[in-house]
Design a protein around this ligand. Structure first.
Ligand SMILES: *[C@@H]1O[C@H](CO)[C@@H](O)[C@H](O)[C@H]1NC(C)=O
Ligand SMILES: *[C@@H]1O[C@H](CO)[C@@H](O)[C@H](O)[C@H]1NC(C)=O
Ligand SMILES: *[C@@H]1O[C@H](CO)[C@@H](O)[C@H](O)[C@H]1NC(C)=O
Ligand SMILES: *[C@@H]1O[C@H](CO)[C@@H](O)[C@H](O)[C@H]1NC(C)=O
Ligand SMILES: *[C@@H]1O[C@H](CO)[C@@H](O)[C@H](O)[C@H]1NC(C)=O
Ligand SMILES: *[C@@H]1O[C@H](CO)[C@@H](O)[C@H](O)[C@H]1NC(C)=O
Ligand SMILES: *[C@@H]1O[C@H](CO)[C@@H](O)[C@H](O)[C@H]1NC(C)=O
Length: 374
């Protein structure tokens, strides 16, 4: 009896780790799907004062193309509403903020040097996009979950995805073409890395879709250094489609490579070595602004996909991966800072709960957060 129990336990553990599955992304996603469903059906998690996360109240996030057209219209209406909802940021912090979407941009701007190329990158953005999803629901009556951009879905090119087809059910297409050159630039942080900024096929304001009249009020800060960040500078949403990076990094093979990493440190490095930037770098314009990129609604679709990949990776071996941290609390550890730990407090200013302990958000079904991916 005992050996059978041990054996079946071992089998389950191996299945969880994806060892009995093949290591294709579809195989790993299947393990995730089954394991996360089982967990929510038997959810032991209940944090103080929080309702348990159950199949009834869980938010299920789906790829944009798996939403019905009515669901897409509901999401878009809620996002437009966010650009018309008064800001929460005090004037002393973000004098330029004019709506709640600006609050997200301001918050990201304020944390940029801690939440990129650091141990906070992945968890910080998890709660950030969750807060955005919650704002759409709390302020704008949205009833669904955050959709994501699965950029491995096969279309002629990444920017041919239905998200960008310019219809009323899209986020709009490319920016108007304005002549511009690629640039080599130094990122204005203590470690001052030199980065190459490509020139895409647009560069100006978007010309179609539901967000043509949307105004973002903060930035740009980088690569176009028009403002220092938080002062009032109303402008349209700009895009500058560029396919080269996406062909290399936004692929199933690249995702499978990410998934094959055995530690969160390696996972973070592989993410930062291309995938993370490629999502920003395919759209460019506002999305290329390392500080201000949440001004473009695409941001939340790309980071939704990254969060989904982290969730799928975590679920393959929860005991080892749920609480794992790596790196430190600053960009490339400049200036030097303590190692990131699961007990770090992540700062969001006026967004959501403001300050969140990492351990409360490492599980997407931990009671505090309550969502999973389809
Ligand atoms: C691996 O799994 C995927 C998805 O379940 C399946 O489509 C594929 O045929 C499998 N490949 C092998 C070699 O078993
Ligand atoms: C989502 O849509 C894609 C493309 O239409 C389809 O291949 C896939 O099966 C759908 N997924 C689900 C879970 O319905
Ligand atoms: C940027 O730097 C790279 C490497 O130093 C160089 O090959 C390239 O020509 C530069 N590009 C521009 C536009 O200055
Ligand atoms: C944008 O504004 C113009 C001018 O007011 C208006 O005609 C058009 O319908 C608006 N488009 C959207 C998508 O809101
Ligand atoms: C993560 O750490 C917290 C706090 O120590 C602990 O309660 C929880 O059980 C850990 N989760 C896993 C999966 O180890
Ligand atoms: C920080 O992490 C590094 C690399 O994992 C490790 O070598 C070092 O001992 C850690 N430092 C502290 C103070 O825990
Ligand atoms: C700005 O960032 C600092 C440093 O993390 C933090 O203490 C502060 O709460 C943040 N303010 C806002 C309004 O986000």
């Amino acid at each position: 009896m005992r050996s059978i129990t041990l054996l079946s336990g071992l089998f389950l553990a191996l299945a969880r780790q994806g060892i009995c599955q093949n290591q294709t992304f579809d195989g790993l996603a299947k393990v995730y799907h089954e394991s996360s469903l089982l967990r929510v059906q038997n959810n032991p998690y209940r944090r103080d004062g929080q309702p348990a996360c159950t199949e009834e109240n869980i938010r299920v996030r789906r790829s944009w193309v798996n939403l019905t057209f009515d669901e897409r219209a509901e999401y878009i209406a809620a996002v437009k509403c966010l650009y018309e909802t008064p800001p929460l940021s005090p004037e002393s912090f973000a004098p330029g903020a004019r709506h709640h979407a600006d609050d997200f941009t301001a918050c990201h701007y304020n944390q940029t040097e801690y939440i990129h190329f650091s141990g906070w990158l992945i968890p910080w953005h998890r709660y950030f996009v969750w807060s955005y999803e919650s704002s759409l629901r709390d302020f704008c009556g949205y009833t669904g979950a955050l959709p994501y951009w699965d950029w491995t879905e096969q279309y002629e090119s990444h920017t041919q995805h239905p998200l960008f087809d310019g219809s009323e059910y899209s986020l709009g297409g490319n920016g108007e073409y304005v002549p511009h050159e690629p640039q080599n630039l130094t990122i204005p942080v203590p470690s001052k890395p030199l980065v190459f900024f490509p020139a895409g096929s647009g560069g100006g304001c978007i010309t179609d879709g539901p967000f043509v009249n949307v105004t973002s009020n903060l930035g740009p800060h980088f690569p176009v250094q028009e403002t220092t960040g938080l002062e009032y500078n109303p402008h349209c949403l700009k895009r500058d489609f560029f396919e080269t990076l996406s062909q290399q990094f936004l692929t199933t093979a690249s995702v499978e490579n990410l998934m094959s990493q055995n530690s969160i440190g390696d996972f973070r490095q592989v993410l930062d070595a291309g995938i993370h930037f490629a999502g920003h770098g395919t759209v460019l314009g506002g999305m290329s602004d390392l500080w201000m990129s949440p001004e473009d609604p695409v941001f939340f679709f790309h980071h939704g996909q990254i969060d989904r990949l982290w969730s799928i990776w975590q679920e393959q071996d929860l005991a080892a991966r749920m609480n794992q941290t790596s790196d430190t609390q600053t960009w490339d550890n400049v200036p030097a800072s303590p190692n990131a730990t699961v007990f770090d407090i992540l700062d969001y200013g006026v967004i959501g709960d403001g300050r969140v302990e990492m351990v409360d958000i490492v599980d997407t079904m931990g009671g505090f957060l309550c969502y999973r991916y389809e």
